[in-house]
Design a protein around this ligand. Structure first.
Ligand code: HEM
Length: 360
C-alpha cells in the first residue's frame, strides 16, 4: 500500500498544527498493518484505575475476600457510574508477594468520582489510614485527557484495555513500524516534547512495609505503558511457538525493567496474568506489562536500544515470518503521558518496592 493511502493515527478532532518535528519520514510504508482505536468525541478524559491487594505470601486462590469486596464496590452505585470494563490480573513480585489488581476503565473523571461516592468506595478507602492485616492495598488512578493517550493494535479484532470504550477503529495507520512511532501517534506530542522529571528513587526503596497510608505525588509527564499479549486464539502449534520463543524473552525484559529499571528511568514494572474469573487461574492466556517511566524518551530508549526489548522485537519478527498470514497472536498497547494532577498513587500496608511508592 502506498504511504498516502494509509490512515493517520491522530483523530481529526485532536489534530493540531505541529510545533514539534514528527519522526515519520514522508514515504515510509510500514511492513505490516496496525490500527489505532478511535473513541467517541464525547470522551475527553479516560480513567484507568488499578485497585490492588498485596499479600505478603505466595499465591492464594481467587477470589479472595478482599477481591470480593473490591468487586462488590465495582458493582455498587447506579449502573451509569459503573466502569465500562474491568478485569482482575495477578503477579508475584520481586519480594515474593502475591499481588492481585483489578484494572478498571471509565470514560470520564466525573463518572469515576460519582462511582467512588455512590458505591461507598470513597468512604471505605479514604477512611483506611492504616492496616492491621497481613496484606496491603494500593490504588493507582491515571486519568489522562484523550490527547495524552494513544493505542495501537496489531489486528482489527483486538478490543482490550481502554480500547473496550472505543466506537471505531482507524484504517491501517502510517505511524507504526519505526522507532518513535508512539510519539507520532500521541496527539499532545504534536505541540509538546513531553519532558519529565528525573527522580532518584533508590534511597527510599528499602524502608520495608509501612502500615500507614502513603501518598505519592504526581510527576511531570510520567509515562505509562500497558502492553498486552493475547495468545488465547492461537492453534496448538502457534501457542507452543509463542510459549517457547516469545514468552521467555518477554519475561527477561519485564524482569530487567522491574529489577534494574532505575538505571534507565523506569520506576516500576509489573508483568501480570489476566485471571480467568471462572477458574481463578491465569487461564485467559493473556498477559500484560504495566510500566511507569520518568518520561516518554526513557521508554523510547529502552524499546529501541536495550537488548531485552530488541530480543523481544527480533524474536517477534522471526515468529511473524514463520507464521505469515496464519499468525493469530494479538499484540496491543496503550501509552499515557500524564500531568501531575492526572495521577493518584496511594499505598497502605505495602512494601516499599510497590508501584510508585519509592518515588518520593
Ligand atoms: C514497539 C514487539 C512487548 C514497549 C514494538 C514493535 C514490535 C514490538 C514489533 C514495533 C511495533 C510497530 O510500531 O509496528 C513486541 C512484542 C512484545 C512486546 C512481540 C511481547 C511479546 C513490549 C512491552 C513493552 C514494549 C512489554 C513495554 C512494557 C514497546 C514500545 C514500542 C514497541 C514503547 C514503540 C517504540 C517507539 O514508538 O519508538 N514492540 N513488544 N513492548 N514496544 Fe514492544
Amino acid at each position: 500500500m502506498a504511504a498516502n493511502n494509509l490512515d493517520t493515527a491522530i483523530p481529526l478532532h485532536l489534530r493540531k498544527e505541529r510545533t514539534t518535528t514528527p519522526v515519520l519520514s514522508p514515504n515510509f510504508v510500514p511492513p505490516y498493518p496496525s490500527y489505532a482505536s478511535l473513541f467517541p468525541t464525547s470522551i475527553e478524559q479516560i480513567v484507568m484505575a488499578i485497585l490492588g491487594v498485596q499479600y505478603h505470601s505466595k499465591k492464594i486462590s481467587y477470589p479472595t475476600p478482599e477481591i470480593a469486596m473490591l468487586t462488590s464496590f465495582l458493582a455498587g452505585g447506579s449502573d451509569a457510574t459503573h466502569p465500562s470494563f474491568w478485569e482482575p490480573a495477578s503477579m508475584t513480585d520481586e519480594l515474593g508477594c502475591y499481588n492481585i489488581a483489578i484494572i478498571a476503565y471509565w470514560p470520564s473523571f466525573a463518572l469515576y468520582q460519582e462511582w467512588r461516592e455512590e458505591s461507598g468506595f470513597a468512604k471505605w478507602w479514604d477512611g483506611l489510614v492504616a492496616v492491621p492485616e497481613a496484606h496491603g492495598w494500593f490504588l493507582e488512578v491515571l486519568s489522562p485527557t484523550v490527547d495524552r493517550w494513544e493505542t495501537i493494535n496489531s489486528t482489527m479484532d483486538i478490543k482490550d484495555g481502554g480500547s473496550t470504550m472505543r466506537d471505531g477503529l482507524s484504517e491501517a495507520v502510517k505511524e507504526h513500524g519505526y522507532w518513535g512511532s508512539t510519539r507520532d501517534r500521541l496527539p499532545i506530542a504534536q505541540v509538546d516534547g513531553l519532558h519529565g522529571e528525573k527522580i532518584v528513587n533508590d534511597a527510599k526503596r528499602d524502608e520495608g512495609t509501612t502500615k500507614e497510608k502513603k501518598r505519592v505525588s504526581g510527576k511531570k509527564n510520567l509515562c505509562v505503558i500497558r502492553s498486552g499479549q493475547d495468545w488465547s486464539s492461537t492453534a496448538p502449534d502457534e501457542r507452543q511457538l509463542y510459549l517457547e520463543s516469545m514468552h521467555p524473552v518477554l519475561i527477561k525484559g519485564m524482569d530487567f525493567l522491574r529489577d534494574h529499571g532505575a538505571e534507565i528511568g523506569c520506576y516500576s514494572c509489573r508483568f501480570m496474568d489476566i485471571i480467568d474469573v471462572e477458574t481463578g487461574a491465569g487461564g485467559k492466556k493473556r498477559t500484560f506489562g504495566l510500566a511507569y517511566f520518568d518520561e516518554l524518551a526513557s521508554l523510547e530508549k529502552w524499546s529501541k536500544y536495550h537488548k531485552t526489548h530488541l530480543d523481544i522485537f527480533g524474536g517477534f519478527l522471526k515468529y511473524a515470518k514463520r507464521l505469515g498470514e496464519n499468525m493469530t497472536l494479538k499484540l496491543w498497547h496503550e501509552v499515557l503521558v500524564l500531568e501531575p494532577g492526572q495521577q493518584t498513587f496511594e499505598y497502605v500496608g505495602c512494601h516499599a518496592k510497590t508501584g510508585m511508592l519509592g518515588v518520593i
